[in-house]
Design a protein around this ligand. Structure first.
Ligand SMILES: Cc1ncc(COP(=O)(O)O)c(C=O)c1O
Length: 381
């Protein structure tokens, strides 16, 4: 490793987030979805101002939040959403759990499409829901939703469809026509759709992201849950939003506990407002950097570990790596930590059938990414 990289690593290693504390320092952390880049100055200024004024109480009414989400969504995606249909929540996890709690009963069926964000499995477990998986389909053209499988599942009594849009871990942005088909099916079978859109601001410019609720057919049965936490790298600030597709949909979740609002961090909520209103240039610059890294990773893999299959993601900074050509291994996680001194997330966390896959976070500096791939390559030799 060059001196520059060592210096950089020394700084990063002082962080106290789980990315930097889960493992000993000799393990290069490339597992959890946190970026190694500094946060936007606009967000820093907002936090400092709030601290200096001692404005750190419980979160009160916050109309600025609906306005900021609405303005950002309109500018970015042409999605015209009513600010009154925006409700704060602690984070995307809490928001999803609380919305499901209001819309369904323990034991009800909730549909997901694997490979899907690992915490979907944990949240549904916590809620004692019955998880139904209709895996995504993969072809040479890329990923798509299995609409026939989804309709069959809806017919059999699905209560809620928990959609990941864009999909973590594969970085796939669902096509508008597929989302429309989902909305039509949801109306036909009276299924509620919760679209987790936390990765949406990180969609690369060569593809367009469709917010689920931008589809008119989605309004009666749909909810979107998002946050600035992923795209602006502020997950420790604890704030997210629930957006209802219509007044009717909002009334359906009117029984959400008041605490969902109250428990949201006042710092986090105002940081999200600062992010969406003022830190859009930072977001674009970060996307440029990530755009470089998603292709750089491909070069590194071709050079250092050509047996790994990698499809460049359309959104986000997570790479879904297929290790099938390296034979069976039930525990790639331990293998990479022990033999390569590098951490990844094992594929099984995104669905039991993905044990030949691992997820790698590439939101870092080129030297660190190269070192990570070198370590992976070494562990595969
Ligand atoms: C799809 C998805 N949803 C939710 C989260 C977590 O969001 P939060 O920290 O706001 O609960 C993540 C984190 O990586 C994610 O990838």
């Amino acid at each position: 490793m060059s001196n520059i990289q060592s210096l950089l690593l020394t700084e990063l290693q002082k962080k106290s987030s789980t990315k930097w504390r889960k493992y000993d320092q000799h393990i290069l952390p490339m597992h959890i979805a946190e970026m190694d880049f500094d946060i936007a100055s606009e967000i820093k200024a907002e936090i400092v101002d709030r601290v200096q004024r001692g404005d750190l109480g419980y979160l009160g009414p916050i109309p600025e939040l609906g306005d900021a989400v609405s303005k950002f969504a309109l500018n970015r995606w042409g999605w015209n959403l009513d600010p009154n249909l925006v409700t704060p929540a602690v984070d995307v996890g809490v928001a999803t759990i609380e919305v499901i709690r209001v819309l369904a009963n323990s034991g009800d069926q909730v549909l997901i499409n694997s490979p899907a964000y690992s915490n979907f499995f944990n949240w549904l477990d916590e809620l004692k829901m019955q998880l139904v998986d209709v895996p995504m389909l993969q072809s040479a053209q890329g990923w798509e939703l299995d609409l026939v499988g989804i309709e069959d599942a809806f017919k059999s009594g699905i209560k809620i469809f928990l959609l990941c849009n864009p999909q973590n871990p594969v970085g796939h942005v669902h096509a508008e026509n597929e989302l429309r088909a989902v909305a039509e099916l949801a109306n036909k079978y009276q299924v509620f759709v919760i679209s987790d859109e936390i990765h949406a601001p990180l969609t690369y410019s060569d593809i367009s992201f469709t917010p689920y609720l931008k589809i008119p057919e989605a309004s009666e049965t749909g909810y979107a849950i998002t946050s600035a936490s992923k795209a602006w790298n502020i997950s420790g600030l604890k704030a997210a939003v629930i957006v209802s597709g219509s007044e009717k949909a909002a009334n359906r979740i009117a029984a959400l506990p008041k605490a969902v609002h109250m428990r949201t961090s006042i710092v986090g909520a105002f940081a999200m407002i600062a992010a969406m209103n003022f830190a859009t240039a930072w977001l674009d610059e970060t996307l440029d950097i990530l755009n470089h890294r998603r292709f750089f990773l491909q070069e590194l893999l071709l050079d250092l570990a050509p047996g790994i299959q990698y499809k460049i993601p359309s959104a986000g900074y997570l790479a879904w790596l297929d290790l099938s050509s390296f034979g069976e291994n039930d525990n790639w996680h331990d293998h990479f930590v022990n033999e390569g001194k590098v951490s990844i997330v094992p594929g099984q966390e995104f669905g039991h059938q993905y044990k030949n896959f691992v997820r790698l976070n590439f939101a870092t500096y080129p030297e660190i990414l190269e070192e990570g791939v070198r370590r992976i390559s070494k562990a595969l030799r």
